[in-house]
Ligand binder design. Structure first.
Ligand SMILES: [Zn+2]
Length: 324
């Protein structure tokens, strides 16, 4: 059996069970919040909400959650450790860097042929997070997260993509992406990774449920990737009807072995505080797939076998990485 790294160490992939592949626990911005506090952040209250949230997922049969909060989104493994202690849900964490355009200035001065020189810090960071653990905790990353958006592959974004490709080739850890579906951004990501020798079955193209362009989605899967239909409840990007109809259609077309479902939700995001999120997108929370989406898929004829494939078997295969 293949193992995957969790907050509590390695776990056999056949023990992952129902898995949410693209979530967040807390999205923060420490510098911003230090200088301009977010009124709705309350450390102990939010930790309690997250722990309670994990229990409510376990009550619904979800047994694993992948937290894709990487650098650039305020990752704090120490804080996630406090959520994971005693959690009935396995929590997996990621390395990578979230930026749509630019990296912080530090990176402009560090790396080969730069002012301060040295090796590429992103590669060093990603590989260390995977092999030794994140920030000295010994907790190891299970996925590598990258981002492109409407600006495409900018020079700084290319640095992240290249580091992700190198870290994947060295460790076998799977890559997962944020894309702009309207710009069909998954295609340029695939092209970039293919050129660098990454087998696309180890690349999950994210935010694909924002698109209803079945030809685009099929093209991504025919090239080998799995899709993240991973923003259920985020109604401002696509309607629930469209998101569900896309899953049904792709299952009818025989693609269930390349789909994953998730919410991209968080218990707290500094970018959209809980009170605003609850008001404008009341379904955008980690329980919505269990409570709303899966029953509706069943009602529309998606088989239990396909749902098991999507929620259990696909995450296990993807998280096994190149070891599979
Ligand atoms: Zn995300």
């Amino acid at each position: 059996m293949t193992n995957v790294e969790t907050m509590h160490g390695p776990l056999s992939t056949d023990k992952l069970g129902m898995t949410l592949m693209h979530e967040h626990i807390f999205v923060k911005n420490p510098e911003l919040e230090h200088n301009f506090p977010a009124p709705e952040w309350d450390e102990e209250g939010m930790l309690a909400a997250a722990r309670q949230g994990m229990q409510s997922l376990a009550d619904r049969g979800i047994s694993t959650l992948v937290d894709l909060t990487v650098m650039g989104l305020g990752r704090s493994i120490e804080r996630i450790k406090r959520v994971a202690e005693g959690s009935p849900v396995n929590i997996l964490v990621a390395t990578g860097y979230y930026t749509q355009r630019d990296l912080p200035s530090y990176f402009h001065n560090h790396g080969p042929e730069r002012l301060a020189g040295g090796t590429e810090p992103l590669v060093e960071m990603f590989v260390r997070d995977i092999r030794e653990g994140i920030a000295g905790t010994g907790i190891k990353a299970a996925m590598i997260k990258v981002v492109t958006d409407k600006w495409g592959i900018t020079p700084d974004v290319e640095r992240v993509l290249e580091a992700a490709a190198l870290a994947h080739l060295e460790t076998g850890t799977p890559i997962t992406t944020h894309t702009n579906a309207e710009h069909r951004g998954g295609l340029e990501q695939q092209e970039y990774f293919r050129q660098r020798g990454v087998d696309l079955q180890h690349v999950v193209i994210g935010h694909c449920g924002d698109s209803t362009d079945i030809d685009y989605l099929r093209q991504l899967m025919d090239a080998g990737s799995s899709l993240g239909l991973d923003r259920f409840g985020m109604d401002i990007m696509a309607t629930e009807e469209d998101r569900i109809a896309t899953v049904v259609r792709l299952c009818e077309l025989g693609y269930s072995s390349q789909l994953t479902l998730s919410h991209d939700a968080s218990f707290f995001s500094v970018n959209l505080e809980p009170s605003v999120r609850n008001r404008i997108m009341p379904n955008w929370h980690h329980r919505y797939i269990s409570d709303g989406v899966l029953p509706e898929l069943q009602r529309r004829g998606v088989s239990d076998k396909d749902i098991h494939q999507i929620m259990v078997l696909n995450p296990a295969r993807i998280l096994a990485g190149r070891a599979s």
